[in-house]
Design a protein around this ligand. Structure first.
Ligand SMILES: [Zn+2]
Length: 755
């Protein structure tokens, strides 16, 4: 029997080689084919069969029946999974090599076999077949391209595909659609870490495993020593064996209740406060990093649950790998790229050298790394974010260093910086890091933007070449105003708008595609408005001087109205990660542009700063302080910042001026390490040499985490002077109540007014 099978298998393969011909599955809307599933087909096999049936019907209007392998075999069959038609051991063994998500497409005689791994591979086999051989495309959750044709012919196929990463998550709203998810071959967090309505253990889980409100009172010794005392808000005393016992007992209870979940996170809380007790410190020293103690702890949990994968973070204080302890085979390390520059590939960017060393070193210790990467601008999702050139080299670099799970936080949304393209391309690269990016982008542009594709591609390429030329740090907490002198310079914005004008004209007769092109333009509109708001009366501002008076530019007002209308039309929910709604943005923009400059004697007067503000928060430079616009809670616009420094600011009033009142504003936003100055001293002078003291004012001392804008107002009582000086004293280091106490603090300063 074994011998016979072997001969059969040789024949099976030789036929396919000799008979290199096409197979016609549907001919002029008619077909003799059926889709065959195993008699005991799995849910995934049935999903795959139905998906194939649905799409063949969409292409050709011909519905192929789905039958089980109990039906009599015939020549024209598409086999889903291992049916009783497959007797060949080589094929049967092939299945084992496909891991969970891989697939194998193979034609023999007139049969097509679609074989999948132990997971969703069979579904991906169908979507891979539909994309690669029948040219179907699923570009977004709502738009797909299906070639309509009555006859479906395929070549002889022998195609094995196995992705290098087991877990491929592109975190975005599109994957909520299951068909999109199948075509993109992606999973969501819930597919891996949850069990139906039960939310499993995904990240920062130790607080859930050993809750401080349950244990701190009775067992303070379970918790971190910080500055000599045990605290409930830090991490855990992981060298204490009792902590391990509590953790194992807790995990056992959860894992027993939810045996289907394979991945469980045991990971540090989201703070820096690891334990400073003698035992923990000794292990930290021995391991060269607090990660050693963390891995020793997690390894013990992994030993207790050998059939599970225990995931943990190498993050903040644990990012440096240990010198001695290796993670066990069923431990997965999660690394994060949050602070890295997005304008250059990580591997070749000198500013990312520290991270590179850490991932390479972790890669030497374990074959199980999960990479939490970021491809979105959190603080300003609607500014252009030209990072596409980095996606492929980064994914290749991660793959080379044993990354087997990806969490790509691109937060892709409709209209957001080619959001659909970003998810599409990322999914293709996670499946095959060596895919041809140019072909993928062109295919997407042509399919999604139709006749406008050429212009959209030019805009896309220009954004990236300008980004390369500018050699900037592209921050996920950035702002379009920061790019106003390079990528979004006046001349570049004119060119971008010309391309969009041409693009809109090219698809003017197709409302659906026109809508997509208009959506792609939103980041340029958003940027133009942000730049205009940052310097309302400047050359790119919202106002224009007409006969000595400032009037709002009608084209800017129209842009705001158009932007808001497009956002409403496209049901856009938020313009940044914190949920800034288009409605809120619209109204706050109206407030910002409604300024009163009359009566402000400081308006447009020359300002000098000593030292210069930090380049990161420099905006339009010192003149920002007398541009007539007050900053608001958005610290990136209309504020100047100094890190770890005092600042001195001088306003030159041009001539001796009678003044009653002067004021200067500062911002207090502790979440981003901005703290009010401890004091602001005001002085006046006629010659900028000899100064007269006016007053020394202090802000409210008890603000702590409360956001605040403080106007320091000085009463001058008809003082005559030409120069006004403000000396601001910074706290320099974050105060004791702050979670990051001792780190460098900022002072932020805005509008100076004189009456
Ligand atoms: Zn300790």
């Amino acid at each position: 029997m074994i011998k016979k099978l072997f001969i059969l298998s040789v024949l099976f393969f030789s036929f396919s080689i000799l008979k290199a011909q096409n197979i016609t599955i549907v001919n002029n809307g008619k077909s003799d084919y059926c889709i065959v599933v195993p008699a005991k087909a799995s849910t995934y096999e049935m999903t795959a069969a139905k998906l194939l049936q649905e799409y063949i019907q969409k292409i050709s209007k011909c519905e192929l029946p789905i039958v089980t392998d109990k039906n009599q075999s015939k020549k024209q069959e598409i086999l889903i999974g291992l049916t009783n038609r497959t007797k060949d051991n080589i094929i049967k063994n092939k299945k084992k090599t496909l891991k969970e998500d891989g697939y194998y497409l193979f034609t023999n005689e007139e049969k097509l076999l679609i074989l999948g791994g132990s997971g969703k591979g069979i579904i991906y086999g169908v979507t891979g077949f539909l994309e690669d051989y029948l040219h179907c495309r699923r570009y977004s959750q709502t738009y797909e391209f299906i070639p309509a044709k009555g006859t479906i012919t395929i070549p002889m196929i022998d195609d094995t595909q196995i992705p290098p990463a087991d877990i491929r998550i592109v975190h975005c709203e599109f994957t909520k659609d299951s068909t999109y998810e199948y075509f993109r071959k992606l999973v969501e967090i819930k597919d891996i870490w949850n069990d139906g309505a039960y939310h499993g253990y995904f990240v920062h889980t130790l607080q859930r495993i050993i809750p401080s409100d349950k244990y701190f009172k009775t067992h303070p010794e379970y918790f971190s020593v910080v500055n000599g005392v045990r605290v409930p808000w830090g991490q855990y005393c992981l060298s204490n064996p009792e902590v391990l016992k509590v953790a194992i007992a807790h995990m056992k209870e959860q894992i027993t209740k939810h045996p289907n979940i394979k991945y469980w996170s045991v990971s540090q809380n989201d703070n820096y406060y690891s334990c400073e007790c003698d035992n923990c410190k000794a292990i930290d020293l021995e391991e060269g990093s607090p990660s050693g103690l963390m891995i020793r702890f997690v390894n013990e949990i992994a030993k207790a649950f050998p059939d599970k994968v225990i995931t943990t973070l190498a993050y903040q204080y644990t990012r440096k790998p240990p010198l001695k302890t290796k993670p066990l085979d069923n431990v997965m390390i999660t690394l994060c790229t949050i602070e890295l520059n997005r304008s250059k590939p990580i591997e070749t960017d000198t500013s990312s050298a520290g991270f590179c060393k850490e991932i390479i070193d972790w890669g030497k210790l374990t074959k199980k790394i999960m990479l939490w990467d970021y491809e979105t601008e959190f603080s300003s999702s609607f500014g252009p974010f030209p990072l596409y050139n980095t996606l492929q080299p980064n994914i290749q670099f991660f793959t080379k260093n044993n990354v087997m799970a990806h969490f790509q936080q691109c937060n892709g949304k409709h209209s957001e910086n080619f959001g659909e393209l970003k998810c599409y391309l990322l999914s293709k690269l996670l499946w095959n890091p060596y895919a041809d990016v140019d072909i993928i982008i062109n295919d997407f542009m042509n399919g999604f933007y139709g006749d406008a594709a050429m212009y959209l591609r030019q805009y896309f390429d220009m954004l990236h070449s300008e980004c390369k030329k500018a050699d900037i740090h592209l921050d996920i907490y950035g702002n379009p105003v920061w790019l106003a002198q390079n990528i979004l310079s006046d001349i570049n914005m004119i060119k971008y708008n010309q391309l969009f004008d041409k693009a809109e004209k090219a698809v003017a007769s197709n409302p659906e595609v026109l809508g997509r092109v208009k959506a792609a333009r939103l980041p340029i509109m958003f940027s133009a408005m942000e730049i205009a708001k940052s310097d309302l009366f400047g050359p790119r501002g919202w106002y224009r001087e007409v006969n000595g008076k400032y009037v709002k530019k009608p084209e800017m007002n129209k842009m705001l109205e158009d932007f808001y209308a497009l956002c409403k039309h496209d049901s856009i929910q938020a313009l940044n990660e914190k949920g800034l709604t288009p409605e809120f943005y619209y109204n706050s923009t109206l407030r910002t542009i409604d300024v009163q400059v009359e009566g402000n004697l400081a308006f447009k007067k020359k300002v000098l700063c000593y030292p210069q503000p930090d380049p990161k928060y420099y905006g339009m430079g010192p003149q920002l302080l007398t541009n007539g616009v007050r900053g608001n809670e958005d610290y990136k616009i209309n504020w100047l910042g100094w890190e770890d420094l005092d600042a001195s600011i001088v306003v030159d009033m041009d001539s001796i001026t009678t003044m009653n009142e002067v004021s200067i504003s500062t911002l207090h936003l502790p979440d981003v390490w901005i703290i009010h100055p401890t004091s602001v001293v005001c002085l006046v002078s006629d010659d900028n040499i000899n100064y007269k003291f006016v007053d020394d004012l202090k802000p409210d001392a008890d603000l702590k985490y409360k956001t605040d804008i403080h106007n320091f107002t000085f009463n001058l009582k008809n003082t005559k002077a030409k120069y006004i000086k403000f000396n601001l004293t910074s706290v320099k280091k974050l105060p004791l109540w702050h979670a990051y106490k001792g780190s460098k603090a900022w002072i932020f300063v805005d509008e100076i007014t004189v009456k």
